[in-house]
Design a binder for this molecule. Structure first.
Ligand code: PLP
Length: 397
């Protein structure tokens, strides 16, 4: 028997970590590997945000922050949510955390009792499942495929509701698919939520600014949904601030109090000078954010062009994010010499070992017929990676 608690073995991002580690090993051996695994901007944090952090440190803003975050930042976020998202949250309904990841954990731990069911819309970011399991919740995984643009229709969600259903996690724009829920699609989801007495929706909007086509709607802005929602967002992706660890959750006051209580017992307030830098990120002109968005859009176009030229591969539109999630189901079972592609995991391993391109199998996101390609990668490396990916798939028969 083990010394370790069982929950410790559940908290693992599995395939993503394994693929990037293997890519690093091969590189260390001198092989030329083009990697499309990593889910973070390849850009450095804009200089004016770095300067604001340094300035805050020089001013001595290096002490513990209040548990829910500094008031100025919560006020600035309340204004951002109002102006950009049409959401009415008071500063005391916002809890700043060490990354959106912690904000999500706070929300799940504050809402989910052991045995409660949590609806995850697959393909989904695997961290949701880990957090739900840590809380003792039961993930109910509803799949939508490439033909549905990876968005589960409301009837499928309605059919999965039980008296134990407590929470649904929505991620629009989505990691790993890049899908964005339109306003009518969200309105249909809101009808389902209204039909259930205690269903809450956690809306993870962290890819909000990496949008190419159409519009982004915050779920909580729909009529009646404010009291049924938690809105999560963060600075990692939009402002290229992954290593700074700053995110937040906004929700009805009693929920904010509960999230703060949990956070107080686990990590306390987020990094203080990072919060001052975030104030600058929000209030300064967003030229850098727009420049990065424009670069992702150029890459999105490169990816769509390269992938749609591969016979047999199926691709849904990618209106946002820096991920593509092609369906490679048609290639499973095919061969290259003695290698049989009996699963998407085998296929990704083979693409890495034989063609020098690292990707993440869709099985890591609940979809064993897709592959995730991250295009948060310089254009030259991306071009090379896409050529290798196509060459590999085209070789299979
Ligand atoms: N939500 C989604 C959908 C993500 O893809 C990620 C990061 O990969 C996060 C949240 C976590 O963001 P943070 O760095 O703010 O913890």
């Amino acid at each position: 028997s083990s010394l370790l608690a069982r929950r410790a073995s559940q908290s693992d991002e599995g395939a993503i970590v394994r693929m990037s580690q293997r890519a690093r090993e091969l590189r260390a051996k001198g092989q030329d590997i083009a990697s499309l695994t990593i889910g973070e901007p390849d850009f450095d944090t804009p200089a004016h945000i770095q300067a604001a952090a340094a300035e805050a440190m020089r001013k001595g803003l290096t002490h513990y922050s209040p548990v829910t975050g500094i008031l100025e930042l919560r006020q600035a976020l309340a204004k951002k949510l109002k102006d950009e998202n049409g959401l009415d949250y008071a500063a005391n309904e916002i809890v700043i955390a060490n990354g959106a990841k912690q904000a999500i954990a706070n929300a799940v731990l504050a809402l989910v009792e052991p045995g409660d069911e949590v609806i995850l819309l697959s393909p989904y970011w695997v961290s949701y499942e880990i957090t739900v399991r840590l809380a003792g919740g039961v993930p109910i995984i509803l799949k939508a495929d490439v033909d549905e643009d990876f968005k589960a229709p409301p009837a499928r969600i309605a059919a999965a509701l039980t008296e134990r259903t407590k929470l649904l996690i929505l991620n629009s724009p989505s990691n790993p698919t890049g899908a964005v829920w339109s306003r009518p699609e969200l309105e249909a989801l809101a009808e389902v939520v209204k039909s259930h007495p205690r269903l809450m929706v956690l809306s993870d909007e962290i890819y909000e600014y990496i949008l190419f086509d159409g519009k982004m709607t915050s779920f909580a802005s729909l009529p009646g949904m404010r009291e049924r929602s938690i809105t999560v967002n963060g600075f990692s992706k939009s402002f290229a601030m992954t290593g700074w660890r700053l995110g937040y959750a906004a929700g009805p006051a009693p929920l904010a109090v509960a999230m703060a209580r949990l956070q107080s017992g686990i990590t306390a307030g987020a990094n203080s000078f990072v919060q001052h830098a975030a104030l600058t990120a929000l209030s300064a002109p967003r030229d850098d954010v727009e420049k990065m968005r424009a670069r992702y859009e150029i890459r999105r176009d490169m990816v769509v062009k390269a992938l749609t030229a591969i016979p047999g591969l199926r691709l849904a539109p990618i209106p946002a994010t820096f991920y593509a999630f092609p369906d490679v189901g048609a290639f499973l079972g095919r061969k290259a010499g003695n290698h049989v592609m009996d699963s998407v995991d085998t296929l990704c391993d083979w693409l890495l070992e034989e063609h020098g391109v690292a990707t993440v199998p869709g099985s890591a996101f609940g979809d064993p017929s897709c592959i995730r390609l991250s295009f948060a990668t310089g254009e030259a490396e991306l071009e090379k990676a896409l050529a290798r990916f196509a060459e590999g798939l085209n070789r299979l028969s």
